[in-house]
Design a protein around this ligand. Structure first.
Ligand SMILES: *[C@@H]1O[C@H](CO)[C@@H](O)[C@H](O)[C@H]1NC(C)=O
Ligand SMILES: *[C@@H]1O[C@H](CO)[C@@H](O)[C@H](O)[C@H]1NC(C)=O
Ligand SMILES: [Zn+2]
Ligand SMILES: [Zn+2]
Length: 600
């Protein structure tokens, strides 16, 4: 049991170095599970998506990247003292989803600079490093050289300026010896079968790579060297239902039948741990700087490998506790404080703290029930208040301004995938705007749709296939991929006054989260939501929607027309832009407009 003493001076220092003075300290009274260190230990981050400032309105995840650096420094110190190895792994998706990364050009200019302060042992790319050519270039030209032979990629390539495809990293693998225990590690890194990359990148799917001679030769060569552990850093879910992982595992086992294999995964934004066989372990460590994954292995050369895995909440209480520091002064390192200062500087340059109002209550995506009109449902709030902020407007040249008949009713439809994160009570600023919805889409309209037809569209879309959100992985939170997520926790725990937080069930049970929480409620969400403003229920409706879902809406319209082809074609003849000002009227901007009016 540790007692945390926060002196007035500490708190003062803390507030002055903190990037947002209004941010709060974590709950220092929560019960934590201990990390069980082994001969070799790993800290794992994945899908950080630029959240290096921490979660300013969620204490549970309120540590920043500077705190994380102090944490790894302190833990390395413990490792040296106790004679164990500690390795740091990052499995990609460092861009998109936070003002710090999304407000610079290219995206990630400042956030990469902050990320690179951390001394990782293995780093690889995620799909969010591959969408936009300028982002791939930035990664290749700055992050790859920063990490040198520690940046690896087995199946992603980059088209360099000489027109040659080269490894997106230093090499396709890394073979190295650990500092303390002198283990020989053979590390590989794989991206899932991703087809949406820009013209400067190429991903070869795992099921192709495992049939290629160079890869089989590489494995063969390493069977002749001492290998104590095979390590795979993947931007790929570790779920039992992810086929590619098993294809890879099957091939690795052919060459290394008895060697322990440790996988690190990502992309589906969950905490998960799976056992692939009795010597193959796979850890996935959440998203958005909410989680630091911890993995330890002991006795890896023997038959009975002892393991532990923990999902560490990204806050100072957890960081202090696991490094056995009683005060923040004792915990902080000079380097960590400098990163916090650097973050503050970037935040100021980007004006991220500019406040647009104060959110009066928490609004949840899946944590409140949309279907029972829970007043905490973020989706209901969008329907009743936010989407109404949309006005018709044309910004780009060569577009005819539209003037919808004023007497028409209006429906504004969006896919729920375009809303990416909860909205928490507290300051609503430029950063929060990006967090809730980073997408820049335009709006289209189907005009004068007969009311009867217009009202069928939403229901048809909600019965239809899942609409994938814009190039963002959050969508992968599909039921099939969730680890057997257990909502009930035993009633004994509920009677303790636990706070809500993540409760993970994985192949080792339900004791993986370092902080013991009550499970967050989790409700189903529809594909699309809509606002409805009417003059007269019988009047024709202008159906306005995010252009990203155009093909889905047209598909639904056709079904709604129920065989009346003439009507369908006459309606789509008039399909046009309603508002093409994506900088001024995207969903995040609508929220800002609302905040400026109502949350002052
Ligand atoms: C932050 O900005 C101040 C003022 O420009 C500068 O003196 C300081 O060196 C910067 N700190 C870091 C860590 O970049
Ligand atoms: C929720 O609100 C919608 C739209 O206002 C309404 O159609 C529906 O009946 C309400 N559901 C419940 C359970 O109150
Ligand atoms: Zn991601
Ligand atoms: Zn991803």
């Amino acid at each position: 049991m540790h007692i945390y003493i926060l002196s007035a001076a500490t708190v003062f220092l803390f507030y002055t170095i903190w990037s947002q003075p209004k941010s709060r300290l974590p709950h220092f009274d929560e019960t934590l599970r201990e990390l069980s260190f082994g001969d070799i230990n790993f800290l794992h981050t994945t899908d950080t998506h630029g959240w290096y400032l921490g979660h300013l309105n969620q204490r549970q995840y309120s540590a920043d990247w500077g705190d994380f650096l102090s944490f790894t420094t302190r833990l390395r110190g413990i490792g040296h003292a106790r004679n164990f190895d500690l390795l740091l792994i990052d499995t990609g998706d460092r861009h998109d989803g936070n003002g710090l990364s999304d407000l610079t050009n290219p995206n990630g200019l400042y956030s990469s600079d902050v990320f690179m302060e951390q001394d990782y042992d293995i780093v690889t790319v995620g799909n969010h490093e591959l969408y936009v050519a300028a982002v791939s270039e930035l990664e290749y030209n700055t992050v790859v050289p920063r990490y040198g032979d520690r940046f690896i990629s087995t199946n992603v390539e980059y088209l360099n300026n000489d027109g040659e495809y080269v490894v997106f990293g230093n090499r396709k693998y890394r073979y190295f010896t650990t500092e303390v225990k002198k283990y020989n590690i053979f590390a590989l890194s794989f991206m899932f079968d991703f087809k949406g990359g820009n013209e400067k990148v190429r991903v070869t799917p795992i099921d192709t790579v495992v049939k290629e001679d160079w890869f089989l030769d590489l494995l063969e060569t390493h069977t002749k060297k001492p290998v104590d552990l095979v390590l795979v850093a993947g931007h790929i879910p570790v779920s039992h239902s992810w086929q590619e992982l098993y294809i890879l595992h099957g091939v690795l086992r052919t060459y290394f039948p008895d060697t322990p294999i440790q996988y690190f995964g990502g992309h589906s934004h969950i905490r998960d741990f799976t056992l692939l066989d009795d010597k193959a372990f796979a850890l996935q460590s959440g998203r958005y700087c909410e989680t630091v994954g911890f993995m330890s292995l002991s006795n890896i050369k023997g038959d009975n490998i002892a393991i532990d895995r923990k999902y560490i909440d990204f806050n100072l209480q957890s960081f202090l506790h696991h490094t056995k520091k009683a005060t923040i002064e004792e915990f902080n390192t000079e380097e960590g404080l400098l990163i916090s200062e650097k973050l503050m500087n970037y935040s100021n340059i980007l004006n991220l703290g500019e406040s647009f109002g104060v959110v009066p209550q928490n609004y949840y995506m899946t944590g409140a029930d949309y279907y029972s009109n829970d007043s905490n449902s973020l989706l209901r709030f969008f329907e009743t208040d936010i989407l109404r902020e949309l006005k018709p407007k044309i910004c780009h040249e060569n577009m005819d301004p539209i003037s919808p008949p004023l007497s028409n009713s209006r429906i504004v439809l969006i896919n729920t995938g375009s809303i990416r994160y909860d909205l928490y009570k507290g300051d609503f600023n430029r950063n929060s705007q990006f967090i809730v919805s980073p997408f820049k889409n335009k709006w289209k309209v189907l005009q004068n749709v007969p009311a009867k037809i217009a009202h069928r569209i939403q229901a048809i879309l909600n019965k239809g296939p899942y609409i994938f959100e814009n190039e963002i992985d959050g969508t992968i939170d599909l039921e099939g991929l969730l680890s057997p997520y257990q909502r009930e926790i035993n009633s004994r725990m509920l009677t303790l006054k636990l706070r809500y937080g993540q409760t993970t069930t994985d192949d080792l049970g339900n004791d993986g989260d370092d902080t013991i929480h009550r499970p967050l409620p989790h409700f189903a969400v529809p594909n699309v939501i809509q606002s409805y403003e009417y003059t007269d229920q019988q009047k024709p409706v202008d159906v306005v929607f995010y252009d990203f879902i155009e093909r889905y809406v047209l598909w639904a319209l056709q079904k709604a027309c129920d065989g009346d082809h003439l009507l369908y074609y006459s309606l789509i003849q008039q399909l046009t832009f309603y508002n093409d000002c994506e900088e001024e009227y995207n969903v995040g901007e609508l929220l800002k407009k609302y905040s400026l009016k109502h949350w002052q």
